[in-house]
Design a protein around this ligand. Structure first.
Ligand SMILES: *[C@@H]1O[C@H](CO)[C@@H](O)[C@H](O)[C@H]1NC(C)=O
Ligand SMILES: *[C@@H]1O[C@H](CO)[C@@H](O)[C@H](O)[C@H]1NC(C)=O
Ligand SMILES: *[C@@H]1O[C@H](CO)[C@@H](O)[C@H](O)[C@H]1NC(C)=O
Length: 411
């Protein structure tokens, strides 16, 4: 009984606390307008899924400044640039490589520890230079050393910053083979860890630790760091699964085809802008391919095994000029999250098909088991086209909304 017998003093305290909270806590939650961190950095994005196979931003680094075209990769943490240390496997002319100048990060610095929070650090002594090696899902890799240099950036409110940021100076690169796109000047690693440039910027209190990208189906788009460009309504949100360190994964999800569930459940999905195409594990890939093939019965499309653009291509009665010409032969896919199935990630035909240079329509969903991805399901660029994708590292959630990505947001 005593547990329910609240003393008047306690009640008074509760009422007082509610009153205080009503005035201040809500004000705190609801008034982004007075948040000093309500600024962003907006980058124009170049690229497309096909034929280029990547989306990039230009980042200026160092003094004198050099411009690097970096592949936007939410599937890895480290930002690195091709570096004249000297270099093996670099593709840029030597005068466009980054030149280190006694600015290495030491093993004892927090940034080095952050980079190795999920893996074994090669460091033996805190004064050693912080070496790294990153390997990508396509078996490409970069070996190098962490350095620090000013990175000039303009906030959306007009303020220009030049924070000293840490990144990799990559002096030994390997391409992932014929499947992978030609090497860009480096990679902008935007994963969910303390080592990314976005996290460093938020630790310096310049922007909130939120980032987003919007890739247009017509090519190009934009990327941002910070919270104020996130639409205040219309977003679908899912929590980031903490079990998959460093990756933006959500789930479990169920597959819908043409608006109906097809009995494939329990998918964990990783949103990875470093992958041009979407990869499903063998079982899901097989099921989706069957559904698509059944849907094509009686339609004027034939298998086109002679087209090697992607593993699965179809030829129409005449050459297709754009996905819009072929989309009506295909049904939309969707991934449905949570128990209520209310949170859906729509994948319309234009988010899983490309038109090859031979005028055939090809499936941009690939068999992950065939490229050694095992059970991982990757949502690649193709399925994120024409969507605002937001990775909120503060609230640990991923959000999306349909968007016109050829129009940069105004604020
Ligand atoms: C722009 O935003 C930054 C960080 O939020 C702030 O430090 C700066 O004073 C702002 N500049 C202007 C001109 O409002
Ligand atoms: C996917 O790839 C795996 C490994 O190569 C293979 O065993 C499987 O048959 C493939 N699945 C389909 C549906 O092609
Ligand atoms: C997207 O915005 C661009 C530029 O403002 C405009 O030309 C285009 O028609 C828009 N597309 C859609 C589908 O609204």
């Amino acid at each position: 009984m005593p547990a329910f017998n609240l003393s008047p003093l306690f009640l008074l305290f509760v009422i007082f606390a509610v009153f205080l909270c009503g005035t201040f806590c809500l004000a705190d939650w609801k008034s982004p307008a007075v948040n000093p961190l309500d600024s962003s950095i907006l980058f124009p994005v170049k690229g497309n899924v096909y034929p280029l196979g990547h989306f990039t931003v230009s980042v200026t680094i160092g003094n004198p400044p050099k411009v690097f075209e970096l592949d936007i990769d939410t599937g890895s943490d480290l930002t690195w640039v091709q570096c004249d240390a000297p270099c093996t496997g670099c593709t840029l002319p030597r005068d466009r490589l980054y030149k280190p100048h006694n600015n290495v990060v030491r093993c004892g610095e927090p940034l080095c520890a952050a980079l190795f929070s999920a893996s074994k650090s090669p460091c033996k002594n805190p004064n050693d230079q912080c070496d790294y090696e990153v390997e990508y899902a396509d078996h490409g890799s970069s070996i190098g050393v962490l350095v620090k240099d000013p990175v000039p950036l303009r906030l959306t409110n007009g303020t220009i910053l030049a924070p000293n940021l840490g990144f990799g100076c990559g002096y030994d690169q390997h391409n992932g083979g014929s499947q992978s796109p030609p090497l860009t000047a480096g990679v902008l690693g935007l994963g969910n860890s303390k080592a990314t440039m976005a996290t460093q910027l938020s630790a310096l209190s310049h922007v909130r630790n939120v980032l987003g990208h919007c890739f247009s189906g017509q090519g190009d788009g934009f990327l941002f760091f910070g919270g104020d460009l996130v639409p205040s309504s219309g977003m679908s949100w899912m929590p980031i699964l903490r079990t998959l360190g460093g990756k933006y994964s959500a789930g479990p999800a169920e597959v819908y085809f043409g608006g109906n569930p097809v009995g494939i459940r329990g998918l964990i999905l990783t949103f990875d802008s470093g992958s041009s195409y979407t990869y499903f594990n063998s079982q899901v890939y097989g099921a989706v391919l069957n559904l698509l093939r059944n849907g094509l019965k009686g339609q004027p499309l034939r298998d086109a095994p002679e087209d090697k653009t992607l593993p699965m291509c179809w030829k129409g009665s005449k050459a297709f000029k754009s996905v819009a010409d072929a989309r009506n032969f295909f049904k939309p896919l969707a991934l449905s999250f949570g128990n209520s199935k209310k949170v859906q990630f729509q994948i319309p035909p234009e988010a899983y098909l490309i038109i090859s240079n031979l005028g055939n329509v090809c499936l941009g969903i690939l068999n992950g088991s065939q490229v050694g991805l095992g059970n991982v399901n990757l949502i690649g660029d193709i399925s994120m086209l024409d969507k605002m994708m937001v990775y909120d590292n503060e609230r640990q959630q991923i959000g999306w909304a349909p968007a016109n990505c050829s129009r940069p947001p105004k604020k």
